[in-house]
Design a protein around this ligand. Structure first.
Ligand code: 0L1
Ligand code: MG
Length: 251
């Protein structure tokens, strides 16, 4: 299998499959990002627009659950955005996680980006929910597998309140994650690399190493604050933020 075939095969997957590394054991992280980039190229060729990036595995809760201790990046397109309250389209085995979402006012290009310079490039911060849906059976994968799978990305919704980041302490911004009326988990922004601006700087520097940058107007999902929870059909998941309002999606 080559990069183009792997990207097409992942994009065409609609039910659980084996990890790429079972048949391609030498697949490395750089090649996995090349597969991710090729899948983005194929999605753009069919009409999707690139609108930003997401980070995954930026919190200890997520890293411990997935058994991988390295954050990773993936692409966001307009086809992944869900309006508030919207039903999540049928997926393989969706999970939901609350995230802090930046909208960039200025271009941010690594290397050398710090949390402070990253935050200065942010126009607004929002609360959000990401819906992940690994194409791999039981969410079992290696780091190259999950990178090639665009970090399990499926959909996301962004909340109604966007604030300039200077108006709140994002390390203290709290979320309550609710499923069908029960609070199932809580976290603050400090769960995301100590401060979500650290995750933003990480994204800018990682893209910089690949000759890329975060562009003005892009969204950046900074990573699940809590572990992800399964989203069952007919179920309703909400993330309530202390200053950024609430976001609700339905399975
Ligand atoms: O949870 C996973 O499927 C691992 C990839 C990272 C996804 C995320 O944190 O958004
Ligand atoms: Mg996420």
């Amino acid at each position: 299998m080559n990069v183009r075939e792997a990207a097409a095969s992942l994009l065409g997957t609609v039910s659980e499959r084996a990890p790429l590394t079972e048949s391609w054991p030498e697949l490395d992280v750089d090649t996995a990002y090349a597969i991710q980039d090729e899948a983005l190229r194929q999605r753009r060729a069919r009409g999707e627009t690139l609108i930003g990036v997401k980070l995954g595995l930026t919190s200890r809760a997520k890293q411990e659950r997935m058994g991988i201790d390295a954050p990773l990046l993936a692409w966001l397109t307009d086809a992944m955005v869900l309006p508030a309250g919207a039903p999540v389209p049928p997926l393989i085995h969706p999970r939901a996680e609350p995230e802090l979402v930046f909208v960039l006012g200025r271009r941010l290009a690594g290397p050398g980006v710090t949390a402070a310079t990253a935050l200065a490039a942010v126009d607004r911060v929002y609360g959000g929910i990401e819906i992940i849906d690994s194409r791999y059976a039981d969410y079992r994968f290696t780091l190259p597998d999950v990178i090639a799978d665009n970090a399990s990305s499926a959909y996301f919704g962004v909340g109604p309140v966007g604030l300039p980041p200077s108006t709140l302490d994002l390390s203290l911004e709290a979320t309550l994650l609710e499923v069908d009326g029960q609070i199932v988990d809580t976290a603050t922004g400090a769960a995301v690399q100590g401060h979500p601006a650290e995750a933003l700087a990480l994204a800018a520097n990682a893209l910089g190493a690949r000759g890329l940058a975060l562009e003005p107007g892009w969204l950046v999902l900074t990573g699940g604050m809590t572990d992800a929870v399964p989203l069952r059909s007919g179920s309703r998941v909400a993330a309530h933020f202390s200053h950024l309002g609430s976001v609700t999606l339905s399975g």
